[in-house]
Design a protein around this ligand. Structure first.
Ligand code: SF4
Length: 158
């Protein structure tokens, strides 16, 4: 099983601004995971049901992971802000997967609930974009990125 760090267009905008990289430099698509909990983010790219993720290095290590931790900490994806927890039935619980190799302090879960609220709002907006894209003619990864970034910029008033 291949795991990736899922991103929304809002994450992409933050990472691109923080790093100066083009989205195509750090994005990739993976086939839909059979076990994924949030089917709403499954996007059809080149006719295949896919997920938008950060490109990975050998061993499926996040490209932004450095020996001293996350190199884009302030711009890290929303899924990373929640990590290594997730919210289930309104409670913060441990995430099952372990994609990021950083060591995380687990003693204070309170900040994760605040991050979760922001994450939910952005994820809901992303799901609307994906639904619109999936109902349209479809296209390539580059075309999908352009489509969602335009909408994300508009949502942020840029
Ligand atoms: S928190 Fe970990 S997985 Fe997320 S961007 Fe940073 S290094 Fe990558």
């Amino acid at each position: 099983m291949i795991y990736g760090v899922c991103v929304t267009p809002f994450d992409i905008l933050r990472i691109a601004e923080a790093t100066g990289k083009r989205p195509s430099d750090f994005l990739a698509v993976l086939p839909e995971y059979p076990e994924i909990e949030r089917k709403e983010s499954i996007v059809v790219i080149d006719g295949r049901r896919s997920m938008l993720v950060l490109k990975w290095r050998r061993g499926f290590v996040c490209p932004f992971y450095k020996s001293d931790g996350c190199s884009i900490y302030d711009a890290r994806p929303m899924v990373c802000r929640m990590y290594p927890f997730r919210v289930k039935d309104g409670k913060v619980v441990d995430a099952e997967s372990r994609v990021c190799p950083s060591c995380w302090k687990l003693e204070d879960k309170a900040p994760y609930l605040a991050e979760h609220r922001s994450s939910e709002a952005e994820f809901a907006a992303y799901c609307r974009m994906v639904a619109e894209w999936n109902q349209g003619p479809g296209g390539s990864l580059d075309e999908f990125i352009s489509f969602v970034l335009e909408k994300a910029k508009a949502a942020h008033g840029r």
